[in-house]
Write a protein that binds this ligand. Structure first.
Ligand SMILES: [Zn+2]
Length: 408
């Protein structure tokens, strides 16, 4: 366990925050530093074909130690941390034998990680937790995933009696700004399928995510003196309101869960002459996803007929539900589930209400379910990870490698 802790602490102390406003890859220079350190470490532990490309994507190979041909599989994590909260000078706190009570992260600022608010803490009583000091995020998302993959590869190298096929590992920049998969070279990676180690609590296994689109609606009005405006003024603000009122009021993030989809207006501004709003559209079901987009088109045409072509709708698909790409190869989920059960982890299979790199990779030809990395409350100061969960993730990775070889 100490080995995992040391490796994880070394990783999280390096600031790798990504930046959505940057046009480069990686989006921040500092991600290079971590990527280069990873390359060195992967070489040191004895992996082969260790590479880093022009966009800082790191890949490596654990060669097969059996004669039979078995599918090449991969494990993937991202090394950037969220732009939502600072990752500079992460000062992790280690709570051994957690007693189930409040954890004071920062006495000075009265920042407390409390099971009264975060009930998930209680399932880790007696375990070792790594938390922040209340001033930064932790970066378990997704340096826990990297720790687990590297540790698992090292374990397989040190224990050659465990038989496995060729394993590829890949570490990506800029996942948190939605670009982690963009420059991922699926051909060079050369795996039949892979797993992202980027889920949250122990047991999570995910192969369904939203279909996602964004919409931008621009409305042009006509300003006339309000006292003399009859039949002349076109108030862009009123038309924006009219548009939004047609949307089903119960289909918003705050009213939905599980596989229920939604419209989410996340930006709105307006004057008489111009109003605009932006929204995201999410649905696990492909047909309903199309219906949602069609509804926006229908409202636009209807209001354009009434008010005279004043609305411009821009719709753009963002990503799709990986389920459509995983279903034909469901055995890859079955293997992960079996691996979890074999090491005493109860699988929690549920649809992701978001997207992952894995969904994009699945559409790029690399089917890629998502497995827990162990952390909780990502992207903020309450982020923490139980070391025991990381240890179990290592065991799951090792077991998957073993099962793929044994299934021949
Ligand atoms: Zn992540």
């Amino acid at each position: 366990m100490q080995h995992i802790i040391d490796r994880f602490l070394k990783y999280v102390k390096i600031d790798t925050q990504s930046d959505p406003n940057s046009k480069t890859t990686p989006s921040t220079e500092k991600q290079w530093l971590f990527a280069e350190e990873l390359v060195e470490e992967l070489q040191e532990i004895g992996l082969e074909d260790v590479s880093i490309d022009d966009n800082a994507y790191v890949m490596a190979t654990l060669p097969s130690n059996i004669d039979e041909e078995v599918p090449v599989i991969g494990f993937i994590s991202h090394f950037d941390t969220s732009p939502d909260f600072t990752g500079t000078d992460v000062n992790p706190q280690i709570i051994e034998n957690y007693d189930g009570k409040d954890i004071v992260l920062n006495a000075l600022d009265d920042i407390v990680l409390s099971p009264d608010y975060f009930e998930d803490l209680l399932q880790y009583k007696g375990q070792t937790l790594i938390t922040t000091d209340g001033t930064t995020l932790l970066g378990a998302d997704d340096k826990a995933g990297i720790t687990e993959i590297v540790t698992a590869m090292e374990y397989l190298i040190d224990n050659p009696e465990i038989k496995h096929g060729k394993i590829r590992i890949g570490f990506t920049p800029d996942e948190e700004i939605g670009r982690g998969a963009h420059h991922f070279d699926v051909d060079t990676f050369g795996a039949e399928w892979a797993y992202t180690m980027d889920g949250s609590q122990i047991g999570e296994l995910e192969y369904e995510n939203f279909n996602a689109a964004k919409a931008k609606v621009g409305i042009t009005g006509k300003s006339v003196h309000p006292g003399y405006a009859k039949n002349k003024m076109v108030n862009a603000i009123s038309i924006a309101t009219e548009f939004l009122e047609i949307l089903p009021p119960e289909e918003t993030p705050q009213h939905t869960e599980g596989r229920q989809g939604f419209f989410h207006v996340d930006h709105l501004k307006g004057e008489i002459e111009h109003a605009e709003f932006e929204m995201i559209i999410r649905d696990h079901d492909a047909a309903q996803f199309e219906e949602r987009k069609q509804l926006l088109r229908d409202i636009t045409s209807k209001l354009n007929r009434i008010h005279g072509d004043c609305i411009v709708l821009e719709l753009e698909d963002q990503y799709y539900n990986m389920r459509q790409r995983i279903e034909p190869v469901m055995h890859i989920v079955g293997i992960a589930k079996k691996a979890m059960e074999a090491v005493g982890v109860a699988p929690i299979i549920k649809p992701i209400r978001g997207g992952t790199d894995g969904s994009q990779l699945s559409y790029m030809g690399l089917p890629c379910p998502n497995i827990f990395a162990g952390g909780h409350h990502f992207h903020g100061k309450y982020e923490y990870v139980p070391v025991e969960s990381m240890q179990k993730a290592v065991e799951v990775i090792v077991k998957i490698c073993e099962l793929v070889a044994a299934n021949r």
